[in-house]
Design a protein around this ligand. Structure first.
Ligand code: BES
Ligand code: ZN
Ligand code: MN
Length: 429
């Protein structure tokens, strides 16, 4: 075989195009496509001829191994008779590298990032009767043990002690009480990055009930928290010299006799009051406590992510994550990290005029300002709880879940923002 320089006798060759303008992203994707084809053909060992002219060896190796591992992931599901699984791709070999060490380091990095995203995807696939708040918190505890970071879980008793009335309010309609999870990675140095995620294990809308069509998809309303957890596992293995606090604000939004209701006023951890005008705008309410707790811990930046608004899908479709930031420097660092990882983010403006949209007559703010600039006001409302800490909000409502497929998986959670967060931790270090 000429392609393998006579060193391997490949039985089959898969040719995958990299597009007109090849990038690390298209390489990652092409590697995934090849892995998908290989799996269908029950090929267990795949050798990649990596185009060495495309970039540095370590980045090339990372992109290929990451793409292969992302494409190999499947949610196992709950069928009585387990679905026949595609034959697992058990081994990949990279050809055309002169430096073995760099190649291995790159492959290791790719594997770490892919596994982190796959953890997030796994959690996003699990239905809410199986992944309710306590279970999501337990997943964090388990990950902390495996990857070596500290995890603290606040149950409903502790949340009441801390006066987290916002998270408790959203969680009050469910028999599964809410949780706040604080994860800590100590990489040293004097800076701390705060990551905060929305963890609504199911969003029925609550008393402001959603229409039934497509409501089953609202099991993935915890993917902001899922991304923070996935990122923590990656960061704990990549070990950048920075401290990272990851917070998950977790609740199940349900209608019941004990639910929070339109007209209710809840008080967040930082003392700010919120008039609830729509119980379906619950993300910003739980994040009020999550973000104000991050600020209380004295982090230097807060980057928050959530499946926050349907409006984000109206603006950007499923092709980019909406960014709303109070700080230009932080916004551009988030953009740099996202660009480096091939995850699209698009910044929306904050104009002071928008503030009056969420003014309330009875409380400091109201949670549901109406349709105008919905993605922006969502981000701005959450930013009110960051105090003076530079703040960025990433609305992943359109990007956290795909119907067309992350690589060749048919549909499901993408694990978006895991890579960006890992890169951001390295960038800020
Ligand atoms: N979780 C939803 C947003 C969402 C919608 C995510 C579709 C993914 C796909 C969120 O809690 C919500 O219901 N938002 C409301 C906000 C409104 C009431 C201000 C929305 O977007 O309609
Ligand atoms: Zn929601
Ligand atoms: Mn909602």
């Amino acid at each position: 075989m000429t392609l393998t320089f006579g060193r391997l006798s490949a039985k089959r060759v898969i040719a995958v195009g990299l597009g007109e303008k090849p990038t690390m992203g298209s390489l990652r994707q092409a590697a995934g496509q090849a892995a998908g084809v290989a799996q269908k053909a029950k090929i267990r060992h795949l050798a990649y001829c990596v185009p060495s002219w495309l970039g540095e060896s370590q980045a090339l190796a990372a992109a290929v191994s990451e793409g292969a591992a992302l494409a190999s992931w499947r949610f196992s599901g709950y069928h009585q008779k387990p679905r026949q699984k595609d034959e697992a791709l058990t081994k990949i070999t990279l050809l055309g590298f002169s430096d073995q060490k760099e190649c291995e380091a790159g492959m290791q990095r790719g594997k770490i990032l892919a596994n982190a995203q796959n953890l997030t995807r796994e959690l996003g696939s699990r239905p809410s009767n199986e992944l309710y708040p306590q279970k999501l918190a337990e997943a964090a505890v388990e990950a902390g043990k495996t990857y070596g970071f500290d995890v603290e879980v606040f149950d409903e008793v502790k949340l009441a002690e801390l006066k987290m009335g916002a998270l408790l309010g959203v969680g009050s309609g469910s028999v599964y009480p809410p949780r706040l999870v604080v994860m800590r990675y100590q990489g040293g140095g004097d800076k701390t990055l705060g990551l905060v995620g929305k963890g609504i294990t199911f969003d029925s809308g609550g008393i402001s009930l959603k229409p039934p069509a497509g409501m089953e998809e609202m099991k993935y309303d915890m993917l902001g928290a899922g991304a923070v957890l996935g990122a923590m596992t990656a960061i704990a293995q990549l070990r950048p010299p920075i401290n990272v606090v990851g917070i998950m604000a977790i609740a199940q939004n349900m209608p019941s006799g004990s639910s929070y209701k339109p007209g209710d006023v809840v008080t967040a951890f930082n003392g700010k009051t919120i008039e609830v005008t729509n119980t379906d705008a619950e993300g910003r309410v739980v994040l009020a406590d999550g973000v104000s707790y991050a600020a209380h811990l004295g982090v230097d930046w807060i980057v928050e992510t959530s499946t926050l608004t349907g409006a984000a899908i109206i603006v950007l479709g499923h092709e980019a994550t909406a960014l709303v930031a109070t700080d230009d420097a932080l916004a551009s660092q988030v953009e740099t990290a996202a660009n480096a990882e091939g995850e699209r983010v698009w910044r929306l403006p904050i104009y002071p005029e928008y503030r009056k949209l969420y003014e309330s007559d009875v409380a400091d703010i109201k949670n549901s300002p109406g349709r105008d600039a919905g993605t922006i006001t969502g981000g701005m409302i959450i930013s009110e709880f960051a105090g003076d800490v530079p703040f960025a909000h990433l609305d992943i409502a359109g990007t956290a879940w795909t119907k067309a497929g992350p690589l060749n998986a048919k549909f499901g959670p993408t694990g978006v923002m895991v890579r960006t967060f890992a890169a951001l931790a390295e960038l800020m270090a």
